[in-house]
Design a protein around this ligand. Structure first.
Ligand code: ADP
Length: 258
């Protein structure tokens, strides 16, 4: 594919998403530069998860455009008309992103290292030993050295989520998407997962993180987005916005969660 120059790693332009009659995203614009951590907060049902899923084409968008590294996602546009890409082209575009879900989604019949190797081995087509070496390095990076041969059921929720992060990283994505990565965890396990995500942020990988962890947003985020009823109601520098929200809806939400 040709190299192209771009200003934003992720750019969403006027995105609308309908589920039947539910207007889940109502004209959302987002721009995330290379290396930035964009954090989205907001009440349940405000569209945060849909927003993430539209970035990597897990959901089709109803209107608007998504660009990753300057490339239009899902379509080519010629003379003002959109032509859908083939499934293989869409699969290739989806490899720009890695996603981590609330509920880990590990393969239960595979060990930790097999879960992490799976993508490099079968999607990238790497030889087994190269895939294994990469997986081992990534499990060490997420603090799971010595746990390579455990099955998901033999790991805590926090450990399973760290395997899921390693698995997403194994595909060498440019952008990591996190959909409430700590929401399904017992409170004492949240910190270990957030620490791994913080380390990744410091390493310079571009991220979009949906979370209820306001402390994390303040500490790690470069850009904070507050969503309500399918719209971005307010956005800005996390520290400033959290200390002094300008919109009453942001203020009302923060007063409940802080
Ligand atoms: P959040 O992540 O902020 O909780 P969601 O993106 O999950 O919000 O949901 C936004 C809206 O879209 C909600 O009204 C939700 O019920 C609706 N929605 C989400 N996914 C679906 C779906 N697959 N089918 C129908 N409605 C959906």
């Amino acid at each position: 594919m040709e190299a192209r120059s771009y200003d934003f790693c992720v750019e969403m332009q006027n995105i609308h998403k309908f589920y039947g009659h539910v207007h889940a995203l109502k004209g959302v614009d987002i721009k995330v530069r290379q290396g930035e951590v964009c954090v989205a907060i907001g009440p349940s049902g405000s569209g945060k998860s849909t927003l993430l899923r539209c970035i990597n084409q897990l959901e089709s968008i109803s209107a608007g455009r998504v660009f990753l590294k300057g490339e239009l996602q899902g379509y080519t546009e010629r003379e003002g008309r959109f032509h859908p890409l083939s499934p293989a082209q869409i699969a290739a575009q989806r490899r720009v992103t890695g996603m981590v879900f609330q509920r880990f989604h590990l393969f239960p019949h595979m060990t930790a290292i097999e879960n992490v190797m799976e993508g490099p081995r079968h999607v990238k087509g790497w030889p087994r030993e190269r895939s294994r070496k990469k997986a081992r390095e990534l499990l060490t990076r997420v603090g799971l050295e010595g746990f390579e041969n455990r099955y998901p059921a033999q790991l805590s929720g926090g450990q399973q989520q760290r395997v899921a992060i390693a698995r997403a990283l194994a595909m060498e994505p440019d952008v990591m998407l996190f959909d409430e990565p700590t929401s399904a965890l017992d409170p004492e396990l949240v910190g270990e997962v957030l620490d791994v995500i913080k380390d990744l942020a410091r390493s310079g990988i571009t991220m979009v993180v949906v979370t209820h962890e306001i402390g994390f947003a303040r500490e790690v985020g470069n850009h904070l987005v507050f969503m309500d009823q399918g719209q971005i109601v307010e956005e800005g520098v996390p520290r400033t916005m959290l200390a002094n929200p300008q919109n009453p809806r942001t203020a009302a939400f923060l007063s409940k969660v802080l």
